[in-house]
Design a protein around this ligand. Structure first.
Ligand code: NI
Length: 225
């Protein structure tokens, strides 16, 4: 499921993060990929050892926790802490699939179910830099306002088009979901959305109770918690 979640960060938060990132020391983005990715990845990242990266990652994680839509759609179990990247001067990342299993600092492993890109540059700041996600319905082009998030299945082929003017700054991270299967996760999200709509429109209370029970019982059957 491809989902656009607007305004994950408030404009003031984007401005504060950008101020710190625009003054940061960037390193070669190939630091964090395997050999297939290294051949097609041409961008810059904040080093994993950077204290600034850790500080800004906390800001992003706190923002995600405020978003009911993100929670409902992703049903997050674990996160790979957000990283930050920058594409400029023709920088690009050719088609690739994200690694399936990643190591966390505490020694645990994370299975990447959902890939996330949080845009930190507005579209008028740069040319190119579209995130292209390829799935069974074809190719989707994503270029969002600063502060907006796109979530998509980590199983998708995707790329970032060359940035031919300005700079595209973003945060990116992965989520292991309580629900491994993308179709099951989507069904739960659709049901949760419907229940919420019924609640807001004073729908029949007994039917809402029953549907809420079905939601939780499906979650109980399918979740890996
Ligand atoms: Ni990727």
């Amino acid at each position: 499921m491809l989902l656009h979640i607007p305004n994950v960060l408030a404009p003031e938060e984007v401005a504060q993060i950008r101020q710190r990132l625009d003054a940061a020391a960037w390193t070669d983005g190939r630091e964090t990929v395997g050999s297939q990715g290294a051949q097609v990845k041409h961008n810059e990242q904040l080093s994993d050892a950077s204290p600034l990266k850790a500080a800004l990652a906390s800001v992003v994680l706190a923002a995600l926790k405020r978003s009911p839509l993100f929670f409902s759609a992703a049903l997050p179990l674990k996160y790979l802490p957000p990283r930050f990247n920058r594409y400029s001067g023709g920088g690009t990342y050719g088609f690739h699939v994200d690694g399936a299993v990643m190591s966390l600092a505490n020694g645990e492993q994370l299975r990447s179910d959902i890939s996330c890109t949080l845009f930190l540059s507005d579209p008028d700041e740069y040319d190119g830099g579209e995130l292209i996600i390829s799935d069974t319905y074809g190719e989707h082009e994503v270029k969002l306002p600063a502060g907006d998030l796109i979530v998509y299945p980590s199983s998708s082929l995707h790329k970032v088009n060359p940035v031919t003017r300005g700079a595209r700054v973003a945060s990116f991270f992965w989520v292991q979901s309580m629900i491994r299967d993308d179709v099951q996760r989507r069904l739960l999200w659709e049901m949760d959305t419907s229940i919420e709509r019924l609640r807001q429109t004073d729908g029949d209370a007994d039917a809402m109770l029953q549907l809420t029970g079905v939601y939780h019982n499906l979650l109980r059957r399918w979740s890996e918690v």
